[in-house]
Design a protein around this ligand. Structure first.
Ligand code: 6R9
Length: 645
């Protein structure tokens, strides 16, 4: 397709979709917002229409489109086939070793029906939970949609997570079925997957069956009667399955994310509101034309971005997408550009950490490929620094395409703050303004809105359709984490700092809690600390996120070793600790640096002052130490570290 000219600064009118979606004049009140979302919900197919758009009477537990009934998978698949688009490509799948598969909407319908029939044959019924740990292969999408079709909440666990992490997620959700693969390709190598998931299921008695996709032809351990091959069970099922409509509030999925404590939270999303907002935002933010665009979101399906912007939003909008299995460096660093050129990708949605990696590799790399199909670029996962924004636009976007910086969270389910193309002049590094139907504010400690040029906390002061409906099995934690901070005002506390500029546009400033953002992945300091102290050599640990030019933040750990643990080589001990964290949580949580220290800086109440450790990690003079129980601790720490790399 031909690239769109950048409509900003708003010279001509906004593009058609943005104009259609934009709030009508005066659409500012809560009633207008509900009318707006009601119009967006009408874009979906409902078996029964809702009677009320929002029921907020049990706040902070929302019910959207109450009384409405729909089937999410029908909306994402069957309805497009029935409308005559069965031959349209849903996914151009590109495997890491270079194998490919083209999946049309008709193919997708057949695969999802077979998978649904297979799950039924295992005795699964609406409400049962299914855990999925799979690489980025088409079966991952089939599995998610089959679950949605049957009303089985899925819990997708990122393929890089350790057996221990998978086990705790399976247990928390009480999953009956695990869907996994024999192995996965990682940087050109076939690595075992089933061997790891077996370790997880050994201590997870809720699992009755393990359904295994053959991907790498790796040898696998096998438990007769429990384990089933996908090609035996699914591929032999009938191609037809009649979808049943579920309540708008029927649970669609649980997705675990890091919080400020060590225990991950199972974020619960439901059906009608989630699909309404993911579909609307995907359509409006990317100004997408389903007949001509080829869209590529590079996220992994194990993260919320994969759920909302690879699976549900794009499919509800009948998008043609690229689905890529591998890492960006395999088999070479030009892989993403090669894929863009091959499929004529027109909308490319990725994370700042990858953009900064591309910058490091140099602009000569994208210059070797024809990227002229690109008409729109997206960014998600962390604040995008203006330098990366400009580089992205110049070297990937040919200096002519809009960039949408989309702020949202696992908890929000869908994009909340983003510049609508054509609606406002672009500002590199700013997510700018809440989307139509969304209300966000920057407030001070007391919850009062701050003025222009001032910073504070980002809050969402009105419910939104794709909002989380709670934390699985833990009502109190839900209230405590998100609603306690500004309870007197009824604001949702996002955990991010933000600033209004002189025009009143929003700039995100990163997390204000103990959650790190490493390459766009949320990892809590407490999670890594508890992994470290579970190692016999470690007496105490404190973890901070230090600024890193490529990954946004890098994990730096300060550890106090137990007596005796220092007898060996210090480098050996820290190497062992890094491996230990990788085993406990997953390679993404491996600390970049581990510093062995004699003490940790603590307040009188015993709270570790991470701010001071961050100063050390970022090579700064330590800031205010007056609240330390023992001010000389910082000298001890820095003296001990001098001369170390
Ligand atoms: C979608 C996703 C959420 C946290 C969020 C914030 C950071 C995401 C951002 C951004 C600035 C953006 N974040 N997008 N910060 N600008 N465009 O990433 O969800 O994994 O739950 O992370 O990521 O700190 O609070 P999730």
């Amino acid at each position: 397709m031909s690239p769109r000219p950048d409509p900003r600064p708003a010279a001509g009118g906004p593009p058609a979709e943005a104009a259609k979606a934009a709030p009508r004049p005066g659409e500012r009140t809560a009633a207008d917002r509900l009318a707006f979302w009601s119009r967006q919900a009408e874009e979906l197919h409902w078996e029964t229409r809702w009677s009320e758009v929002l029921d907020w009477s049990a706040a902070p537990f929302a019910r959207w489109f109450t009384g409405g009934r729909l089937n999410v998978a029908y909306n994402c698949v069957d309805r497009h086939v029935e409308a005559g688009h069965g031959d349209q490509v849903a996914f151009h799948w590109e495997g890491e070793p270079g194998d490919t598969r083209t999946i049309t909407y008709a193919d997708l319908r057949r695969e999802v029906c077979r998978t649904a029939n297979a799950l039924l044959s295992l005795g699964l019924r609406a409400g049962d939970r299914v855990a999925i740990q799979l690489p980025m292969i088409p079966e991952a999408v089939f599995a998610m949609l089959a679950c949605a079709r049957l009303g089985l909440p899925h819990s997708v666990v990122f393929g890089g997570f350790s057996p221990a992490a998978l086990q705790s997620r399976i247990e928390d959700a009480g999953a009956r079925l695990l869907i996994t693969s024999d192995g996965q390709y990682r940087r050109g190598r076939a690595e075992p997957m089933k061997a790891n998931t077996d370790e997880a299921t050994r201590h997870a008695p809720s699992i009755e069956h393990v359904l295994v996709v053959r991907r790498t032809a790796t040898e696998v351990p096998w438990t007769e009667g429990r384990d089933l091959w996908w090609h035996d069970l699914v591929d032999t099922q009938p191609d037809e399955h009649r979808p049943e409509a579920f309540d708008a509030e029927h649970p669609l999925f649980i997705l675990y994310t890091s919080g400020t404590t060590g225990r991950p939270k199972g974020i619960l999303h439901t059906s009608g509101g989630y699909l309404t907002q993911t579909a609307y935002t995907h359509r409006a933010v990317f100004d997408l034309d389903p007949d001509t665009d080829v869209y590529w979101c590079t996220a992994d399906i194990g993260w919320i971005t994969g759920h909302s912007y690879i699976v549900y939003g794009p499919l509800a909008n009948r998008t043609t997408s690229v689905l890529y299995e591998g890492t960006p460096t395999t088999p070479h660093e030009g892989r993403h550009f090669e894929v863009i050129e091959k499929y004529g990708v027109s909308v490319y949605y990725t994370a700042p950490t990858l953009i900064r990696t591309f910058m490091k590799w140099g602009e000569q790399l994208p210059a070797r490929y024809d990227l002229s199909s690109i008409g729109m670029l997206g960014s998600v996962g962390e604040p995008i620094n203006p330098e990366a924004w400009r580089w992205y636009r110049k070297h990937i976007g040919g200096d002519r395409v809009p960039i949408v910086d989309t702020w949202w969270q696992t908890e929000t389910g869908a994009v909340m703050i983003a510049p609508l193309p054509g609606a406002a002049p672009a500002k590199p590094g700013s997510a700018q303004a809440p989307l139509p139907g969304v209300s966000a504010k920057v407030v001070d400690d007391q919850g009062r809105e701050v003025g222009r040029g001032e910073s504070g906390y980002l809050v969402l002061d009105q419910p939104w359709p794709a909002m989380l409906r709670g934390i699985w099995g833990d009502e109190d934690r839900y209230r405590e984490t998100y609603w306690a901070r500004f309870a007197h005002r009824g604001h949702y506390f996002a955990g991010d700092g933000a600033r209004y500029d002189e025009d009143g546009d929003i700039w995100l400033l990163g997390r204000v809690d103990d959650v790190m953002n490493v390459s766009g992945h949320r990892i809590s300091t407490a999670e890594v600390e508890s992994a470290l102290v579970s190692h016999p050599s470690v007496a105490e640990a404190a973890v901070v996120g230090a600024s890193d030019p490529t990954t946004g933040q890098a994990i730096v750990a300060f550890v106090i070793l137990r007596a005796g643990a220092t007898d060996g080589d210090a480098a050996e001990v820290t190497a062992a600790l890094r491996e230990h964290v990788a085993r406990e949580i997953g390679p993404i949580a491996k600390p970049g640096r581990i510093l062995v220290v004699p003490e940790l800086p603590k307040t009188r109440s015993g709270k570790i002052m991470r701010r001071l450790l961050r100063d050390v990690a970022e090579n700064r003079e330590a800031g205010d130490v007056t609240t330390l129980a023992d001010a000389s601790v910082m000298d001890l720490i820095t003296a001990g570290l001098t001369g170390r790399p």
